[in-house]
Design a protein around this ligand. Structure first.
Ligand code: SF4
Length: 428
């Protein structure tokens, strides 16, 4: 029997089903978050046939099927047949490439990163020497779009930089674009070669304890890492840049076209919703769905006069389109229904909390200190300590992790009363 192309990892992938309390989890990585309607239908059909039909949008613009049992091989086969896997089986883990969901369509962007993203993905998937990267190793290609997730830490990122009279790319390592520092400048035509040189240097130096760039830089130092690469070094902080809220109607560069934002309730949805979304993309868009890092999607290429119709249709399908909806500001991990580590049913509690909270109070409910769902650093975290009981943390630059402990063992009612009493400036 040939050796398995998969390395041991706790992260689910298409070929690596990870067991949870509610069954197996299979993660489908979407190139740039893009899911054509035909693949959406195939995915929905497979989830319906071979699992309980529950899906989840992740905070890296991927999807996962939950509740998988004995029919895992049939599900995997169906997903591969739909073209949802990697070109090379061992390349599935190295496809952590984040783009703006508006990449290539945003009127504000400085550079269209889609061609570079496609080239990079082809190389990462196809060339075995990159398959040694960890399943968590992540790259971001920022084109300067108005709608962008800039607060996620990435091992490696590019952002547009106005340098010597033209748009070039600033390269950053082991940080987020927001608040990050460019350590080299790359001409767009050299960007792929520069990225690959950095990746090869990482693979050459990283030991078994260094699966992420920050671990390696902590061991060898930035200067020693960069010196042999021959890249043009700079030390340029990324200028602050306002970004748009994901929910709403986003203008596109093409006149008369817009992208309509929506969010899944607490990141979960049914296969039947995905089927219907594919139909909606065909009817009102260009037959494609763009998943976002905020556990939602954009319906791009909608004729501007039909944006309201698209929003109404998304609401009818059970998605949120109003940023003021209390549930739109809540994030909850799988909780005790899906995870053995959880101290409380965070999903059910989030639904209850939404009925008690004032609009737009951004709160993250976490079943345990691992805080899997808290990638965006919500201003408030409720950390479960027992069923229906939470400690409240307030994000604060002086306190690492979840922030400053504000109150212990709150009921949901007590947490809502406390949160509703905080000044608006303290909420997102
Ligand atoms: S945060 Fe904890 S309880 Fe929630 S899904 Fe992650 S490991 Fe499970």
């Amino acid at each position: 029997m040939p050796p398995s192309p998969l390395r041991p990892s706790a992260c689910p992938s298409l070929l690596r089903i990870v067991h949870a309390r509610d069954g197996g989890i299979c993660r489908v990585k979407l190139a740039g978050g893009v899911l054509p309607a035909q693949q959406a239908e195939a995915l929905a059909d497979a989830a319906q046939r071979y699992s309980g039909g529950v899906l989840e949008a992740t905070n890296r613009a991927n999807l996962q099927v939950r509740g998988i049992g004995a029919e895992a091989p049939a599900l995997q086969q169906a997903l591969l047949a739909a073209g949802l896997g990697s070109a090379h089986p061992a390349g599935d883990d190295v496809r952590n490439l984040m783009l703006s969901p508006l990449a290539g369509r945003c009127p504000a962007q400085a550079l269209d990163v889609r061609p570079l993203a496609a080239q990079l993905l082809r190389v990462l998937e196809g060339e075995p020497r990159y398959h040694g990267l960890s399943a968590k190793f992540a790259v971001q290609l920022d084109g300067g779009e108005a709608l962008a997730c800039l607060d996620h830490p990435h091992d490696l990122w590019l952002t547009p930089l106005w340098w010597e009279g033209q748009w070039q790319f600033g390269l950053g390592l082991a940080s987020s674009v927001a608040g990050g520092q460019c350590v080299a400048v790359l001409a767009p035509a050299q960007a792929l070669a520069g990225l690959l040189a950095v990746l090869e240097r990482f693979l050459a130096l990283a030991g078994t304890e260094q699966s992420r760039m920050r671990q390696l830089l902590g061991a060898v130092g930035l200067e020693a890492f960069m010196a042999p690469l021959g890249l043009r070094r700079i030390a340029q902080p990324v200028p602050p840049r306002p970004t748009a809220a994901a929910l709403g109607i986003h203008p596109q560069a093409e006149p008369g076209r817009v992208a309509v934002g929506a969010q899944f309730v607490l990141g979960r949805f049914r296969a039947s919703q995905l089927q219907a979304l594919a139909g909606l993309a065909r009817r009102l868009g260009s037959g494609v769905l763009h998943f976002t890092p905020w556990q939602g999607l954009l319906l791009p290429d909608v004729a501007a006069p039909q944006a309201g119709e698209a929003q109404a249709a998304l609401r009818e399908l059970g998605l949120l389109t109003d940023p003021q909806a209390p549930l739109a500001a809540l994030v909850a991990c799988s909780g005790s229904e899906g995870c053995a580590k959880a101290q409380a049913d965070t999903k059910a509690d989030a639904h209850h909390l939404a009925t008690l909270l004032a609009p737009a109070r951004a709160v993250h409910l976490s079943g345990c200190p691992r805080a899997c769902a808290g990638a965006h650093g919500a201003p408030y975290t409720l950390l479960a300590v027992a069923p229906g009981r939470y400690d409240l943390f307030i994000r604060d630059a002086a306190h690492a992790g979840l922030g400053r402990l504000r109150a212990r063992e709150l009921t949901l009612q007590a947490a809502a009363t406390l949160l509703n009493g905080l000044p608006r400036s303290d909420t997102r």
